[in-house]
Structure formats: C-alpha cells, structure tokens
Design a protein around this ligand. Sequence first.
Ligand code: GLN
Length: 462
Amino acid sequence: AQEALRSAGQQSSLNAFVDIRDDLTLEQAKVADARLAAGERGALLGIPTAHKDIFVTQGWTSTAGSKMLAGYKSPFDAEVVSRLNAAGSVSIGKLNCDEFAMGSSNEKSAYGPCLNPWDTQAVPGGSSGGSAVAVAAGVVPFTTGTDTGGSIRQPASLCGITGIKPTYGSCSRYGMIAYASSLDQAGPMAHSARDCALVLNTMVGFDVKDSTSVQRPAVSQGMREDFTAGFGKPLRGGDGAKPLAGIRVGLPAEFFGEGLAADVRAPIDDALKQLEAMGATLVHISLPRTELSIPAYYVIAPAEASSNLSRFDGVRYGHRAAEYTDLKSMYENSRTEGFGLEVQRRIMVGAYVLSHGYYDAYYLQAQKIRRLIAQDFQAAFQQCDFIAGPVSPTVAWNLGEKSADPVQMYLADIYTLSTSLAGLPGMSVPVGFGDKGRPVGMQLIGNYFKEGELLALADHYQ
Ligand code: GLN
C-alpha cells in the first residue's frame, strides 16, 4: 500500500487521482496486515486498489468529478466499496472521471483531464479514465469503474487494460452516484481477465438496498458463483489442444463496417485468428439496429440524468451559490455554477424529451428501440455463443480533438451503447496497438449472466 501511495504521488502529472489520504490508506493497510498475520487468506486481502469518484466513500471526498459536490464527504460507503473493504483490499484514494460519468474522454471533469500513460498527448477514454490510468500506469493492480454506455470498456480499451461490465443488476448501485439508473453498472478494471474475475467475485452480489439488484441464477440455485471456475479449462467440451472447439463467435457486420479505423481492425482480426486457432468458429451475424443505439441512448440516458440530478438543488447537497435573491434564483445560480456545460446540456436534453408533447416522439420511441435492440441480441445469440468486435472505432484521440463537438464524442460510443441498452455483460480485452503505438481493445459480449464463460474465453486468449 505504501508503494502504491508513493507511485500515485509520482504519477500525479497524469491526474488520475483526485483525493489521496495517506492516513486512511495506512489505517486500512494495518487492518489487512493484522488479518494476514492472523493467518487469514483471500485473493484481495492487502491488495491496493482505488475507486472511481462516482462511488461514495467514507473519509475520502465523493464528488463525481463535479464542482457541484466539491469537498462532499459521504456518511457511508457504496455497497461495492464495502464489499471490497470487507475482503481486505486497501484503497489508495479516489479516481478522476468525467463529471457524473458523462463523457468518453475524461476531459469533462471539474478536476481537468486525466492523461493516457501510453501517450500523454492522448485522452485515456472515459468516463472511468482515472480508473484505467491508475491500472495502466502500474499504480494499483485493479480499480473500480462504472459503465452506463461504455465507461469501463472504452477507457480499458484506450489504455490497454482489461475491464468488464457485468449483467445489469449484478453489482449493487447503492452509493453509486446515479447517472442513468436503468443503465448504470459497476465493474472491475485490471490487467487481465483473471484479475477481473477475482475482483468480480467480491463485487457481485444481491443487495436489498438497490431496487434493481438481481439475484443471479446460479445463486438462486444455491450455488456460490466463482468467476474463475472456468479458467484453464476447455470451454464447453473443447480439449487441451483446441480449448475453444464448439464455440461460435459472432461478428456483427455493423461492428466491422465503414467507420472502423484500419489500425483498430488489424489487431482485432489477428486476435480473432487466434480464437479460431484455438478451435472457435467465427460466424457472421447482424445487429441491425446498432446505429440506432446512439440516438436511443442519448435520449434515455439524459432523460434519466435530468431526473437523477434534480436532487442537486443547493439545499441538500454540495454547492450553494453565494448570491441569490429568492429560492428560484438560489436553485438557478447554484446549478449554473455547480454543473459543467456537458452536464447542463444533458439535463436540458433530458427535460426536453420527457416534456409534455415530446415524450411520445422521443422518449417513448427510444424505449421501443431499446427493446428491439435487446431482441436483436437474443436473435444473434441463436447463432453464436459470444459476440466479438471493436470497443472504440479509433485508438485514443488527442486531448481537445473532439471536445468542441459533442456529437463527434457521442458517435465514438457506437460499439458500446447497444450492450448497455440490452443490459448484457461486455468486456474489453487488450489485443495490440494501432497508430502512434496507442492501445487497441477487443470487445467480447456474452448473454445474460455469462460473465464466467466470457472471462474464461478472454483468459484463453490472454
Ligand atoms: N460516453 C457515454 C456517455 O457519455 C457513456 C458514459 C458512461 O458509460 N458512463 O454517456
């Protein structure tokens, strides 16, 4: 833990950490030491980690990367954080992210951008940029992230690490500062699928405090789910020489069309050849509504955000304007000063699509498209066991390159949004490097609750 704290300090130019408290870290480390000395063993016991600033944490500030929550201290820990604490992991601090997890580059943070350790001219991706950077730079072996429309997978891809968003409802949202509640899902980010599986074992679990928490089927059948159980074994009847025999990997035409950069496609094609060499069959499939995932997501997510963010009114939490004349101007001034421009844009879009007269035209249509997208995946899973494709259409772009044009930024989410809208598990696995030596990740998507197999598949490749 001390080494990780030192390394976090040395890497401060990357701006991955937004709150470091040596005293709290060393306190947790002492507890872990005592447990180890007493003979206790556990995969995460004494292992340094850090949490995306979207998770509320006791002791450290919890700001969601927003001025609105500057200095805010939570009286409780998020459920995911409590679970990791109970397993004995030692937190180094809080990690930079786009404000309220809205963004794809970590440039929309009140703390300023976080830099990609592979090339400091490049963005790390977002919104869990700090979580990806802290792992990629070697500060801690794993971090927590959240993914609403790609925020674990995309920064993992752009920083050359592994990250998984589990099936919606698998990790508790209790204490995760809400962006879009029907999409938000926590997950681990680490170097390998194996490390992600070990962390997921602790992160996943039903929680009565989250009304959308799901009881996973294995657990309802009385089994203890171990996400590492399939590791090192042939998947579904393959043998040692061809561990992926019988596995069909679907390649959606819409994920490999125009718009996918050649330098991203090449390492993914190589990775697919390796899966084939291990016995997998590549099948061509279609996810016909992929393009519609962008307008559907960018209606639904802002709609939910406009509702979730109404709690930040200058009365109960965070920032309150110094100057106002009446209640209305207090709300207005507090929210205008506290929220960044991207957050304000989304609140306005959300309020608009939910308003009388526009609800049917936008919000309801988007919900219908969401349902069709989920159905398209189920049709695809009739033809294949897993789906593979890119995570991001390009390697990490330069800082500032897309910040002036929100639509350009939204379009870069094309390959990750549909998985989120359907609530399916998806992960990013590093497969190589593109232009300028910037990392490339491959996305692997499984059907609901197939995280164990998904991670085992990734592990065979790794
Ligand atoms: N880039 C997407 C957005 O801006 C996804 C963010 C996320 O998954 N939190 O909404």
